[in-house]
Design a protein around this ligand. Structure first.
Ligand code: PLP
Length: 368
């Protein structure tokens, strides 16, 4: 925890907006229940604050990626249902019973491994089954499904909570892949008809009721990211990152800024330095691309992003506004994660999950 008075930059997360986003997704789902995915430390915001907020908003089913994340979440939420997307980790099978975690199983050897865990526990512990419908990552493939169809005994005595699959192109409504995956998932459900069906991620929810099944499984939209790229964002902005100006320097026309002299000014200029760099997840790819905002005024990030610093051109801003100590919006309502993602040639997910450990982290709202 970084003391805000000592921090160069302050990351504020609006927990009321997070809860409102959960309710917004519930409205879209129109009666279908909604789990939440809070892997990677709550998409970078801090699972310690994110998890109780979503519990308070009514979420009861939580997904994380790693078993270690699940164990930590269990300590925060003693009564939640916690599912582990990455499934069994060889050598860590014991932890699922100890911490009451549900593994997402995605291969026949994994199922066999889980059978031994259940035999050891003398109990059919709950598990999920993951079908690969087009990611070639985790989950049963067509060959596995054929084997299961031929020998349903392979899944005998499993206590299946969810049968699930994951969309690869849900954020692109023009892609035909989502409909293909939907068809494959339905076909898989003919063979794996036990438990409930859980399919849609954030963008999948907005593909319509055909994608909703028994339970949705969004992550990124909860944190304010637009699940409908190209259309207005239905979610509320959750994070704001502000940095304090350290110094302002006046340089003559023709002088250069930063490593590699990558930026040369063409007029007498004032350059402000801010304590945010690629070590804080402010990606180097943003060099010469990004903007920050001082009030309503857009300021270009000039020169290369350093490990600990960025430089912005404040020539057009009055010294009454741009001065050492003044707070500059680095990510926020004027320059949201989608803009940063576009400028860094990446996706909002990477911007969020890279948010630095040197920021002071403040939270507004949330459960009392
Ligand atoms: C991360 C993840 C989700 C959540 O996806 P979002 O796009 O963040 O809504 C759902 N399911 C699986 C398997 C995931 O890995």
């Amino acid at each position: 925890m970084v003391d805000p008075s000592l921090a160069g930059a302050i990351l504020t997360s609006d927990l009321d907006a997070l809860a409102a986003n959960y309710r917004r997704l519930l409205r879209e789902l129109n009666g279908v229940p909604c789990a939440v995915v809070i892997k990677a430390n709550g998409y970078g915001l801090g699972a310690d604050r994110v998890a109780p907020t979503l519990w308070d908003a009514g979420a009861r089913v939580f997904f994380v990626a790693h078993v270690a994340e699940g164990a930590r979440l269990r300590a925060l939420l003693p009564e939640a249902e916690i599912h582990i997307l990455n499934g069994l980790l060889p050598g860590a099978e014991w932890a699922f019973q100890d911490h009451d975690l549900v593994p997402v199983l995605g291969s026949l050897p994994e199922v066999a491994d889980w059978h031994s865990v259940c035999d050891g526990a003398a109990k059919a512990l709950p598990c999920d089954l993951h079908v690969d419908t087009g990611m070639a990552r985790l989950g049963f493939d067509a060959g596995d499904l054929a084997k299961i169809k031929a020998d349903p005994g392979l899944l005998a005595d499993l206590n299946v909570r969810f049968v699930m699959s994951h969309l690869a192109s849900a954020d692109d409504p023009d892609s035909s892949q989502s409909a293909e995956q939907l068809a494959r998932f339905k076909a898989a459900r003919d063979i794996l008809s036990m438990g409930q069906a859980c399919f849609a991620n954030s963008s999948g929810i907005f593909l319509g009721p055909a994608y909703h099944f028994d339970m949705a499984r969004p992550g990124v939209a909860l944190f304010g990211v637009n699940p409908t790229p190209g259309r207005p964002n239905p979610m509320r902005q959750v994070i704001t990152l502000k940095a304090k100006i350290l110094q302002i320097r006046e340089i003559d026309a023709g002088e250069t800024v930063g490593y590699g002299a990558a930026h040369r000014v063409t007029r007498k200029s004032r350059i402000a330095t801010l304590p945010v760099g690629y070590a804080d997840g402010y990606m180097r790819a943003l060099s010469g691309q990004a903007s920050v905002y001082l009030g309503e005024q857009r300021l270009p990030v000039v020169g290369r992003v350093s490990m600990d610093l960025i430089t912005v051109d404040v020539t057009d801003v009055s010294p009454d506004v741009a001065y050492p100590g003044a707070l500059v919006e680095v990510i926020g309502p004027h320059y949201a994660t989608d803009e940063a993602a576009k400028d860094a040639h990446t996706i909002d997910y990477e911007i969020l999950t890279s948010l630095g450990q040197r920021y002071a982290r403040e939270f507004i709202g949330g459960p009392s």
